[in-house]
Design a protein around this ligand. Structure first.
Ligand SMILES: [Zn+2]
Length: 130
């Protein structure tokens, strides 16, 4: 398992909200297809995925954040923002799976570190079964 000190360092380098403020992007169609394949795969593995909104933003190819899930919208919506500038399909798939665990956890109130641990663990497990 990833140790907490390392994970805290990664989280500090990727403050929440980064992608939310990046300009919207028209995504590459294969990326969109990979995202929805990840949703189907996650559900097949038993992940409960409530309704959410998907948006794509220009986060830059070097962005520390590949995706972001926000669930503190005033109206209770869950919004996933994916970085449209990702290049490698595996980054799109692993990011999608990671964010889907956040979507599943959105209303459960996990602390950030615990939420990240869960998202990382689910993405690993789901990639092994891809
Ligand atoms: Zn995360």
């Amino acid at each position: 398992m990833i140790d907490d000190a390392h994970l805290l360092g990664v989280l500090a380098a990727a403050p929440p909200g980064h992608l939310l403020h990046c300009p919207p992007a028209v995504p590459f169609v294969p990326h969109v297809n990979l995202f929805w394949s990840a949703v189907t795969h996650a559900r097949r593995l038993g992940l409960r995925v409530p309704a959410f909104e998907l948006r794509w933003a220009h986060g830059g190819a070097q962005a520390t954040h590949h995706g972001e899930t926000a669930w503190e919208c005033a109206d209770g919506r869950i919004v996933v923002t994916m970085n449209a500038d990702l290049v490698r399909p595996i980054d799109v798939i692993s990011t999608s799976l990671h964010e889907l665990q956040h979507v599943s956890d959105a209303r459960h109130g996990f602390a950030r570190l615990e939420g990240e641990r869960r998202a990382i663990a689910f993405a690993f497990r789901a990639l092994e079964a891809w």
